[in-house]
Design a binder for this molecule. Sequence first.
Ligand SMILES: Cc1cc2nc3c(=O)[nH]c(=O)nc-3n(C[C@H](O)[C@H](O)[C@H](O)COP(=O)(O)OP(=O)(O)OC[C@H]3O[C@@H](n4cnc5c(N)ncnc54)[C@H](O)[C@@H]3O)c2cc1C
Length: 233
Amino acid sequence: MPGVFARVKSAGLDRFGFHVAVEDVQEPAPGFALITLAGEGLTKNVWHPGDCVKLRTHDDHLRSYTPFDWDESAGRIRLLRGGRAIGPGTHFLSTLSIGAQVQLLGPKKSVDLNFERAPIIVGDETALGLCGAWAGSHPESPATVLLEATDVDGCRAAAHAVDVNPNSVVSTRDDLIARLIELVRASADAPLVLSGCAQTIAALRAAVKSAELNDGRVIRVKAYWDENRAGLD
Ligand SMILES: Cc1cc2nc3c(=O)[nH]c(=O)nc-3n(C[C@H](O)[C@H](O)[C@H](O)COP(=O)(O)OP(=O)(O)OC[C@H]3O[C@@H](n4cnc5c(N)ncnc54)[C@H](O)[C@@H]3O)c2cc1C
């Protein structure tokens, strides 16, 4: 039987958010899950591209995901899970099948994608939802997308499922840094969005700074996961 703390936490969580149903689950590439959720609560919220939602797992953890599509009139969102996490969020999403009920909290502000020109978006498999959110809301103005992924071909296949055609997918942090420096040099005013792994973001920021490429450019940063922590907000 769960302890007192777990029962109080569970009862507290019951009071937040709303329930949606799993409408579809796809695997666009091994290790990726494309999930469609539908429910009336999704018609009552204003979503901005880049906002995230939190899903409650069976064991009362909350894990964040970034819808790449939010149809308010139909009450439907789609999100893409990727990456090599091994915690409750990944397990929970892997158990979902059509018709399952999911408690959802949000949307919540996360990455502000309100730019006057297309940004450079840098990240990893977890950033594909964010890239898809820009692509869906700015079909005439594609972002420059640079990703690090363990499975380069799988990541490209998953990207296509959210209508993103990445400019580069590399397999090491060093390659990601080198490619970013080239891109930043070549596009003087493009805003820069750094997302994904906290440690990679820190390395990218340091590289941009040491190459003296900060130059007043808008830089927005959001860590989606951390090598030393679980369940970032
Ligand atoms: C605002 C926000 C938006 C996000 N949007 C998305 C999204 O759209 N799609 C998506 O896939 N993810 C997204 N994430 C990341 C996602 O929430 C985490 O990957 C997820 O929390 C992992 O949950 P977990 O319970 O499986 O692992 P956790 O319990 O969080 O972590 C368990 C272990 O796995 C490691 N880990 C966590 N994530 C990864 C990873 N990606 N690769 C390798 N190791 C990892 C941790 O360091 C830890 O050691 C987002 C995160 C935030 C904060």
